[in-house]
Design a protein around this ligand. Structure first.
Ligand code: SF4
Length: 355
């Protein structure tokens, strides 16, 4: 065993050769590459797995094949396409960026780092991915997958585990050419081989250089996040079904700020007694029943969600609330999507298709 430093000079060559045979080459954003597709895919891939992103990306590019078509879209339309993908701030940032590209860049994606990093929702790693993959420039990336590879490769733990050190290391292993392929190859090493749990080191092009492998540290690098830091939050949702049409639900559009901004939501409360007061205050007639309990993870906390259901027995109008058809395409969060999926199943089991 020895813990000597990896030979940086030969790493990129090994990663590039490995990628030729083992990397992913048929992802939709790898075909007819352009900065627009790389930008959209990189934003969608932030904190989201490739398999989840695939159908969303295909739909998105079909509906908005270029910057011009996107810049003419309404925020509501982009949010609707984003339904279920999570981290909705990303969709808002795409909308804002499209407006900037329209106003300041004649619908063209900028080519230099300073302009790109100033666009909403684009951090250092996304900028590096766009510059390397779309423009073949020599820029490092440090998304979650690459960060894990770098940490393990150089056995980075404890106080050395800061991002500026990791950026320096990520930059130090860049090749002088083929940076477009190298960025994708490093992401592939992270997601296909150097996985969070049980990395398959025997299949890794970096095995001979990897300090964590030599020192048997792959289980403790990267350090696991302490689970007791995850906060829990309780929310109560009220699913109010119209007295005549089962597929019409009472909803309200969220404010422009806060969790699930601009999305359509069910009446939502942090305490059960607030839900009860809402029912009493608005003279809502019908039996309140438990509909579904489930949890939903957000970046910094876990939501514990209880959905209650009322089938109305008479007409109801509440200020600022609208009746929405659950079969219509509207922008909603994942918990509302989960709730509607269950409701649709129940309606179709009971009545057949009511669309
Ligand atoms: S040898 Fe193992 S731990 Fe090291 S980079 Fe490769 S997969 Fe990751």
């Amino acid at each position: 065993m020895n813990g000597k430093e990896p030979n940086k000079g030969s790493l990129s060559k090994k990663v590039l050769s490995w990628h030729k045979l083992n990397g992913r080459h048929n992802l939709p954003w790898q075909k007819n590459i352009n900065p627009y597709k790389v930008w959209i895919s990189e934003i969608m891939l932030q904190q989201t797995q490739v398999s989840t992103v695939l159908p969303y990306f295909k739909l998105f590019i079909k509906k908005y094949p270029n910057i011009k078509s996107l810049a003419n879209a309404k925020l509501e339309d982009i949010l609707e396409l984003w339904t279920g993908l999570g981290y909705y701030r990303r969709a808002e940032n795409i909308y804002k960026t499209a407006q900037i590209l329209k106003e300041n860049y004649q619908f063209k994606f900028p080519k230099n780092y300073e302009d790109i990093i100033n666009l909403p929702g684009i951090g250092k790693s996304t900028a590096g991915a766009i510059l390397s993959i779309a423009y073949k420039k020599k820029y490092p990336i440090l998304d979650g997958n690459v960060k894990r590879v770098i940490k393990r490769l150089f056995a980075i733990q404890g106080s050395a585990n800061n991002d500026s050190n990791l950026w320096t290391l990520s930059e130090s292993i860049l090749p002088n050419k083929n940076n477009d392929i190298f960025s994708q190859a490093m992401m592939d090493v992270g997601s296909l081989v150097c996985t969070i749990n049980n990395p398959t080191c025997s299949m890794c092009p970096l095995i001979k250089d990897c300090k964590s492998y030599k020192l048997k540290l792959t289980k403790i690098i990267p350090e696991k996040k302490k689970s007791n830091l995850i906060k829990k939050k309780k929310i109560y949702l009220l699913l109010i079904q119209d007295y005549k049409k089962d597929n019409f639900i009472l909803m309200k559009k969220n404010n422009k700020e806060g969790l699930w901004a601009n999305l359509w939501n069910l009446p939502s409360f942090s305490l059960k007694k607030e839900l009860n007061n809402f029912v009493l205050k608005n003279k809502i007639k019908g039996k309140v029943k438990v509909f579904k309990n489930f949890s939903h993870n957000l970046t910094h906390y876990k939501l514990d969600i209880s959905v209650f259901h009322i089938k109305l027995s008479n007409k109801l109008i509440i200020k600022n609330y609208n009746w929405k058809n659950i079969y219509d395409k509207i922008a909603i969060s994942k918990p509302i999507l989960i709730t509607f999926e269950k409701l649709i199943k129940e309606i179709e089991n009971a009545n057949g298709n009511v669309r």
